[in-house]
Design a protein around this ligand. Sequence first.
Ligand code: NAD
Length: 273
Amino acid sequence: MVDKIRTICIVGAGFMGKQIMKRSALHNYVIRVFDINLKVVDEYIKKLTKNLGKDGISAEISLHSKLSEAVQNVDLIIEAVPEKLELKKDIFSRVDKLAPLHAILATNSSSFPVSKIEDVVERKDKIMNIHFYSLSKYPMADLMKGTQTSDETFEKGKKWVESINITPLIVKKESFGFVFNRIWRAIKKECLKIWAGGHADVETIDQSWKIFTGMDIGPFTLMDNIGLEVVYDIEMSYYHESGDINDIPPDLLKEMMDKGFLGRKSGKGFYTY
Ligand code: NAD
């Protein structure tokens, strides 16, 4: 456990918040949770607590319907509500007024640098991006400062991430897409261009990737797993950031989505399932 970080609060316990909760519980942190969907989150916490109990871990997780109660005596707050800037700003502005002064505020946002959120808080030295990847498969997190985040805050955030057995990826200078998302995005963008340009089919592109990297799946299978509408939205967010028309994903991708081919979950994407 990191010195001085003992109790954490997770605001938004959906797909990502639940994974952060589980990891933190495994590493003996006291966890407070705030979510507007109390029933679903309560069921998850009960199940998680029971399962951890079978392994001899007594998790201390409490669910709160009031933000003021959820942030009491906490040392770190991780926000994982949906990717809407105004919603995140509202949460941070409230949390800043309610949480103990020493507490660090972190956002799990996939796309917003914390510099776009920090203006709503007083404690600009204690706010940062901690962007987790899907933790069961990819145990890593991007760490990035805002314009005034102190070295002390950043170091504490890094130590906490390491303490739950996640590899921190240090972003030295503000970067849209952090570290690995940018790498994955470059691969994805080029693969889509090769396919949409009719230069090679998805099987050939995936095969080349698998042989070269030794991985079990290629970029198109991965995009099918993620969901083509999610891939499309992410590509569009890069386009909105750059304004470069070369960043707009190929029309063919949109045509597939319009036909309802969304990847594995719909039974068809680049491959048929
Ligand atoms: P999600 O929709 O699964 O979960 C969001 C949770 O927030 C839900 O439980 C919802 O009830 C709750 N919520 C909504 N409004 C709230 C409010 N006003 N107050 C408190 N709780 C509220 O979303 P997610 O996929 O877990 O994504 C959350 C964040 O993590 C986003 O910023 C996203 O960009 C980021 N992220 C997502 C992934 C991913 O693979 N899904 C990966 C990395 C980062």
